[in-house]
Design a protein around this ligand. Structure first.
Ligand code: PGA
Length: 230
């Protein structure tokens, strides 16, 4: 299983040092990717874990104040990068076209994109979940070879940061739909995953892994969760 830890905009220098010390004590057969704040990417020393970024610029280099490019990420050994997280789509008005350009940049530099996709609550209530996801995947992966190892993370917007999660069968239905389009890609689930609900979620053998937000900030909880899915 692949477990992505999305720290979002959390930790400062000292608290991050303590966090890494604890995180590095965890041993697991699962593949763990840590996505810390950009400021920590270049000097974090991870044991048995991979390094990921939470976002990337759609441009390779040049006059783009505040941006970090795929080329720069590669130069500090970043292997994975989250793209299209709903918080960026909402707060930064990121479009599917922007995300498509970002994925192309990442692939150019051999960084594995973790593409987030998911429906809003009203879309689910109106039976539009599958059509929203198909549309997002088509647009975000436009002109990208199906053989590319893009990881998809199914993240219903209404489940992120809310403690409200879809049932296992609702998740399964969406994963089947994603795997119909992309049979060879790994598909994760993200949105209020905890060490408590992981057992139930993991009964679905279609899920290839999980993306954790809040729980990622607590190494003890991460450890418990990893133990449940070994
Ligand atoms: P959460 O975040 O685990 O805090 O709900 C998940 C996410 O942002 O994908």
């Amino acid at each position: 299983m692949l477990v992505v830890l999305n720290n979002k905009c959390n930790f400062e220098k000292e608290s991050f040092k303590k966090y890494i010390k604890e995180l590095n004590k965890i041993t697991t057969a699962n593949e763990v990717v840590l996505c810390p704040s950009n400021i920590f990417l270049s000097d974090v020393k991870l044991k048995r874990k991979f390094l990921g970024s939470q976002d990337v610029s759609k441009n390779s280099s040049g006059s783009y104040t505040g941006e970090v490019s795929a080329k720069q990420l590669k130069s500090i050994n970043v292997d994975y990068c989250i793209v299209g997280h709903s918080e960026r789509r909402l707060n930064n008005r990121e479009t599917n076209e922007d995300i498509n350009l970002k994925i192309k940049e990442l692939l150019k530099y051999n960084i594995t994109p973790i593409l987030c996709t998911g429906e809003a609550k009203d879309e689910r209530l109106n039976n539009k979940t599958k059509s929203v996801i198909k549309k997002e995947l088509q647009a975000c992966l436009k002109n990208i070879d199906k053989k590319e190892k893009v990881i998809i993370s199914y993240e219903p917007l209404w489940a992120i940061g809310t403690d409200d999660i879809p049932t296992s069968s609702e998740i399964e239905e969406v994963i089947v739909c994603i795997k119909d389009i992309l049979p060879n890609n790994r598909v994760l689930y993200g949105g209020s995953v905890t060490e408590e609900n992981i057992k139930e979620l993991n009964k679905t053998n279609l899920i290839d892994g999980y993306l954790l937000g809040r729980v990622s900030l607590y190494p003890k909880r991460v450890k418990k969760l990893l133990e449940e899915i070994k």
